[in-house]
Design a protein around this ligand. Sequence first.
Ligand SMILES: Nc1ncnc2c1ncn2[C@@H]1O[C@H](COP(=O)(O)OP(=O)(O)OP(=O)(O)O)[C@@H](O)[C@H]1O
Ligand code: SF4
Ligand SMILES: [Mg+2]
Length: 387
Amino acid sequence: MASKNKHYISIKESREIIKYNIKQMKYYESLKKRKANQDEYIVPMKDSNNLIEIDNLKTVFFTDNGTVMSVNGVSFEIPKNKIVGVVGESGCGKSVTSLSIMQLVQAPQGQIIEGEIRFNSDSLQTNNVNQKLGYNIAKMPTQEMYNIRGKDITMIFQEPMTSLNPVFTIGYQLDEVSFVHKPGVTKEEAKAHSIEMLNKVGISMPEHVYKSYPHELSGGMRQRVMIAMALAGNPKLIIADEPTTALDVTIQAQILELLKDIQKKEQCSIMLITHDLGVIAEMADYVVVMYAGKVIEKGTAQEIFHNPLHPYTIGLQKSKPLITSSSQKPLYSIPGQVPNPINLPDNCYFKGRCNKCCEKCNGKYPKEIKVSDTHYVSCYLYEGSEE
Ligand SMILES: Nc1ncnc2c1ncn2[C@@H]1O[C@H](COP(=O)(O)OP(=O)(O)OP(=O)(O)O)[C@@H](O)[C@H]1O
Ligand code: SF4
Ligand SMILES: [Mg+2]
């Protein structure tokens, strides 16, 4: 592999990388297509109140420059009926984490190489020692994942225009969800269900929208249609990846309000990915802060907003523009750059940018410290304050 601290790759190294990548990609692709025994991907949940438990997840991309560690040992939980907000700067691995949950990481380059994503499915019971069983999505063959994706776990993307097919009507695309997930459903039943979903997301003329094409709708309406589509299979988890970034501010507020409403009414969980700390503060019950492919702090919204511990979380909050801030003062920004995800250092990834860095920080990557039952931080400053 390319040696560390080098800014170029020799032809020999490049050949070695390509050879290594082909071997790895073939191996992981073959795992997905294998005829697996159910014991290989049905595992006990740590807590039956959790809907999703992500445990030491590692998702990488095998690129011509080397292996990109996009998600590098991420662990967090999504409890049932709760909203979990995931924040962090661009490229920290938020989307790749969510795509891993959906088994939608761009293959063959992108692969989950380690860890578990346990999904607490209602279709599974308990084992002989009374532990609730779940599916380990990280090890599940693609064929089995079709029963979960789009039904139990759905996703709303940032830009609805690219997710909707421009050549089919909204009705056609909504009915499709019923046809895929409810075998034997008639055309009339599918239409009635689609209209009901459009009603649920606050579309006032659902019959009219049902017959429309995506380009005939406004951005806000299209995002409502995407939410209707996500709801059509009665999901347990909705992953919303920057659902309002492409919309203007007033429509943003409406869509967020709608998501919050739906979460309560439908009794599902939401994983909300955003850059916007204000959105997280309004919506989330729990917050996960990511940095360079790792979770550096997680806790309840109260803990993260009123008692942020990690210097990066503190910096993030300081860099949030406030209506009361003086317009003369420049906005706070965290100096420095994120380390290269191909050649990650052995110590704290935030070290080069941290204003609280001390002697201890030269040591290995800091381990996760439990500050309360729900609050965890990876930083040497809190060594000795474990619960
Ligand atoms: N298809 C790909 N090939 C190679 N690297 C990729 C690919 N997709 C993502 N990555 C890398 O994985 C890392 C995490 O990307 P990800 O899209 O999860 O970031 P993000 O936190 O969602 O950022 P943003 O806030 O900009 O959406 C980045 O370093 C990115 O360059
Ligand atoms: S471990 Fe050290 S360098 Fe890293 S965030 Fe904490 S104080 Fe800063
Ligand atoms: Mg993203």
